[in-house]
Ligand binder design. Structure first.
Ligand code: PRP
Length: 179
């Protein structure tokens, strides 16, 4: 399949179509709405990968909420984790006493999530849960695995719907592996 957004690369396989993603994001939004009957809810998106997912997810949540972001960098331009997780931008919002929903595009090794959860817990939120669109189910050691998961992800390098390869392909409306 050729797509003018792919800089001459070809899709090997579409893992999740735009329609599949939209359907599942709606279900996740409903689940989040049901899970928080009261209290202040702060949705924290992990940039950059979650920017499209957060945007779509919050529009499916039918309760009051606030939104902020954090920036964590771990992969650079490599396709495998370097193991270094850097906090580049801290949320400005008050976390103490708020329910925090941390939104990730993908949990791979779980290093990013583990480190970010440590940092956020120190700010004494009322609760903290994770919503990940994709989970490779490799991070079985995590003390606090994602409560909300969109899809189990295949063990392939995926791009699209926020996921990149060397900063490219984030704008694809579907999630795919490339040749
Ligand atoms: C990717 C992805 C997750 C993380 C998952 O982020 O968005 O945050 O890696 O990998 P892990 O479970 O092995 O830690 P990346 O560092 O590539 O930054 P990005 O969000 O800006 O693409």
């Amino acid at each position: 399949m050729t797509d003018p957004r792919l800089q001459g690369r070809s899709v090997k396989r579409i893992a999740f179509s735009a329609e599949q993603i939209a359907h599942r994001v709606k279900e996740l939004g409903d689940a989040v709405s049901d899970a928080y009957p009261d209290g202040e809810l702060l949705v924290l998106g992990l940039l950059k990968g979650s920017f499209i997912f957060v945007s779509d997810l919050v529009r499916e949540v039918s309760r009051p909420l606030q939104i902020d972001f954090l920036v964590v960098s771990s992969y650079g331009t490599e396709t495998v984790s370097s193991g270094n997780v850097r906090l580049v931008y801290d949320p400005q919002a008050e976390l103490r006493g708020h329910h925090i929903l941390l939104v990730e595009d993908i949990v791979d090794s779980g290093r990013t999530l583990g480190r970010v959860m440590e940092v956020l817990r120190e700010r004494e939120p009322a609760s903290i849960e994770v919503c990940a669109l994709l989970d490779k189910k490799k991070a079985t050691y995590l003390p606090h695995p994602p409560r909300f998961v969109g899809f189990d992800a295949p063990n392939e390098f995926l791009v699209g719907y926020g996921l990149d390869h060397a900063e490219n392909f984030r704008h694809l409306p579907y999630i795919a592996s490339l040749e």
